[in-house]
Unconditional design. Structure first.
Length: 224
């Protein structure tokens, strides 16, 4: 496989995407001041779905959103993984700090290396990769060594975010396999279809859990 060196435009776009991704935990924290975790997730899915539909309409690609029968199962799996991951992310963010979310959530990149070894043919966990994974996990453990105990107020939230990172890694690996056989347009919207209804169907128990752990039921609660 040949690689093309990144140009200035590509580098700037990558930087912009990283800035948006880095601001994600803070944006969720701000949003939690006005909506409980799963309702906020529902808002995210609705807005994201509308943006994708507008993009498809503006580019004349709405026809690409028609889903053949053989593609429905992988799209459903992706949608369910996306729903669980974002729901866990919002609930966990309500129970811990934005700094903890940023660090633990981004450990998904390390989980991907491990999962890809078992789920993607040819993507092997070499000695160098294994060493890198161990160093990365050791760094996370060292960073939270003095804080990660059951008595800490953010401990439960940290565990939920860790689960969200695992699901995000699994979704990324599954998506890497799915794009080899599916069209890109349905994949852009496929994550959203099951997700649009799920947060509205299960709002109350998890929202109550987040509030009980110090989440933000309304304006003015919980800081960044």
């Amino acid at each position: 496989m040949s690689y093309v060196p990144i140009d200035l435009r590509g580098a700037l776009l990558a930087l912009l995407i990283s800035l948006f991704w880095g601001g994600n935990p803070i944006a969720i924290k701000v949003g939690l001041q006005d909506a409980p975790p799963l309702r906020l997730a529902a808002y995210r899915f609705v807005v994201g779905g509308l943006v994708i539909l507008l993009w498809g309409w503006a580019t004349g690609r709405l026809a690409g959103f028609r889903i053949p029968r053989e593609e429905r199962r992988p799209l459903l799996v992706l949608g369910l993984l996306f729903t669980v991951q974002v729901a866990a992310l919002n609930v966990g963010t309500a129970m811990t700090s934005a700094a903890h979310v940023a660090i633990i959530l981004n450990s998904y990149a390390v989980h991907i290396v491990v999962l890809a070894h078992f789920l993607i043919p040819g993507d092997r966990l070499t000695g160098r990769r294994l060493a890198g994974v161990l160093v990365a996990y050791a760094g996370i453990v060292a960073l939270f060594a003095g804080e990660a105990s059951p008595g800490q107020p953010t401990f439960a939230g940290d565990l939920v975010i860790f689960f969200s990172a695992l699901v995000l890694a699994e979704r990324t690996v599954y998506l890497a396999r799915a794009v080899q056989i599916l069209d890109a347009e349905p994949l852009r919207g496929g994550d959203l279809r099951p997700a649009l209804a799920a947060p509205r169907a299960l709002p109350h128990p998890l929202d109550g859990l987040a509030r009980g752990r110090g989440g933000v039921p309304g304006r003015g609660g919980g800081g960044l």
